[in-house]
Design a protein around this ligand. Structure first.
Ligand code: NAP
Ligand code: MG
Length: 499
């Protein structure tokens, strides 16, 4: 193992802190202690397919231990009963520590998840710092309300907002650090404790984060990480009788099962699931903006973006011109070494994901799509795929209806506004959508008629800690981010006093 890490680091040229972290032995993080129990699981580097680290694989007993630690912390009042300003201070300190160690965290995340480092620093790690600070600020602003009541006699009635308790959180591999911070910042701010399961493909950044939690002074049991497989650790967590809330981000089929498990225990559940988000481009649109938007959505993070604008509907007058402009930019993308600051796109997460993307491209071709750029297997080591544009598609094609989760954009022409709305809404998902037009009235009409949790106008995939994010239809329910997220981690207690 030592040999592997050394060779690897020499080849990659990471900072000393990163190489030291990779060389340390890995363990579950429970009650502020490291638990190395369980068989060993290989963590691969998507850029090479080589071994990056080994981590233990948890089981039901590991989950039981972590849930017990979270419960003890919650019930003892360690963290849950700290004053709001005490919780805020620790979370702010944690955000500072992430910022101080941004380069290290970005290197770990880039190597583990195959992310181009420049985007990883800005979006994955930088965006997470913003979310943590934003939610830390809410710790001191959780209020109930006094209510005027009309029953006979004199009464004083008010509501109390209390933390729900122990949260079981499960996150996917496409934004391992960022999605985890989205899941943990709000509940920690309001006083909940958490057991988090990272995706087995990308466990490393949460382990580094756990080290920072120790340094920041988070008390034992407030935050716990159990590593392992979804079918074992994930199942045990969401079915555990001693958790009080389930928060899941991942695919729709797994999310449905997770939702059923939560309801079986009558636990509230947040489900952030898949998407196939449409971009609707009218003839009066600024084509450069459209091209830029495709860069920040469907070609960013190798297209492994839940809200990626992965179907583009373009009004016929500018269809060919828009397709050509997107293809020109996509074909010029710098695809390569994830630690190179100039790289715009890294590999897919795994051999399986690469095979799935190539399979979808083959399906698209057989369904009659025209390959305008990409579409080939670039070969070589690692799981690289090409930015790909499939034109002349229609809504009956699988590549238009199904989530590919790769850098594959499908283009479809349309003639009228009514037709565009119908085509955009003709999908099981409803995570996000965007519309490109200079016509303000049309933009407002589309905003209202598109079935999506977020609608962007003349941009795509803008995210901020203060705006709620989450889908409708098969993209799930509940919101992450914004003040809206806090309510998912709070119980409202009504209090009556006869005066
Ligand atoms: P996934 O297969 O559903 O896995 C997501 C997480 O669930 C992983 O940690 C996985 O663990 C775990 N899991 C698997 N089976 C489980 C089970 N039976 N019980 C409990 N947990 C289980 O999704 P993915 O392929 O990793 O991620 C891609 C999907 O996530 C896409 O559909 C994407 O759109 C969606 N996503 C949505 C959002 C959003 O905000 N809406 C954001 C990002 C991603 P293991 O992988 O370790 O087995
Ligand atoms: Mg990995």
């Amino acid at each position: 193992m030592d040999d592997v890490v050394t060779t690897f680091i020499n080849a990659q040229g990471v900072t000393e802190a990163t190489s030291a972290f990779l060389a340390r032995s890995k363990a579950h993080f429970i009650a502020n202690e490291w638990h190395p129990s369980g068989e060993s699981m290989a963590v691969l580097e998507p850029s090479t397919g080589g071994l990056l680290a080994e981590v233990p694989c948890g089981d039901t007993a590991t989950v039981n231990l972590a849930v017990a630690a979270a419960n003890t912390a919650f019930k003892s009042g360690e963290w849950s009963q700290w004053t709001p300003v005490q919780r805020e201070r620790v979370l702010m300190r944690l955000a500072d520590l992430i910022e101080e160690n941004l380069q290290t965290l970005a290197e770990i995340e880039s190597l583990d998840a195959g992310k181009a480092i420049a985007g990883c620093k800005e979006v994955d790690i930088g965006g997470s710092i913003d979310v943590l600070r934003y939610m830390a600020g809410w710790a001191t602003k959780i209020d109930g309300a006094t209510r005027s009541v009309s029953v006979p006699g004199e009464h004083f009635a008010y509501t109390l907002k209390e933390p729900v308790g122990v949260v079981g959180a499960i996150v996917p591999w496409n934004w391992p650090f960022n999605m985890a911070i989205w899941k943990l910042a709000a509940p920690l701010a309001v006083g909940c404790s958490i057991v988090l399961k990272p995706a087995q493909l990308t466990p490393l950044s949460m382990l580094y984060f756990a080290e920072l939690c120790l340094e920041a002074g988070l008390p034992p049991g407030a935050f716990n990480v159990v590593l392992g497989r979804g079918s074992v650790v994930g199942e045990a967590l969401v079915n555990h009788p001693d958790i009080n809330k389930v928060s899941f981000t991942g695919s729709t089929p797994v999310g449905i099962g997770v939702g059923q498990a939560a309801i079986a225990n009558l636990n509230p559940v947040t489900l952030e699931l898949g998407g196939k988000s449409p971009m609707v481009v009218f003839a009066d649109a600024d084509i450069q903006r459209v091209v830029d938007a495709t860069q920040q959505s469907v070609f960013f993070n190798t297209g492994q973006v839940c809200s990626a604008g992965s179907r583009i509907y373009v009004q016929r007058d500018i269809y060919e011109q828009t397709v050509a402009a997107i293809a020109e930019r996509a074909a010029s993308m710098v695809v390569g070494h994830v630690l190179d600051e100039a790289t715009e796109m890294g590999p897919a997460i795994s051999a399986g994901q690469k095979a799935s993307v190539l399979e979808y491209i083959a399906i698209g071709k057989s369904e009659g799509a025209r390959v305008v750029c990409g579409g080939e297997d670039p070969g070589g080591e690692g799981y690289f795929v090409q930015p790909t544009l499939l034109a002349d598609c229609h809504n009956q094609m699988r590549v238009v209806q199904e989530e590919i989760f790769g850098p594959v954009l499908v283009a479809i022409p349309f003639d009228t506004e009514e037709e565009a709305i119908a085509l955009a809404n003709d999908n099981i998902y409803g995570l996000a959508a965007s519309v490109f037009t200079q016509d303000v009235s049309r933009a407002h009409r589309l905003v209202r008629q598109l079935e999506a949790g977020t609608v962007w106008v003349n941009t795509h995939d803008m995210i901020d800690a203060n705006t709620p994010f989450g889908g409708v239809k098969q993209s799930g329910f509940g919101k992450d981010l914004g003040p809206e997220q806090l309510d998912h981690y709070l119980k409202t207690k009504s209090v009556w006093m006869a005066l």
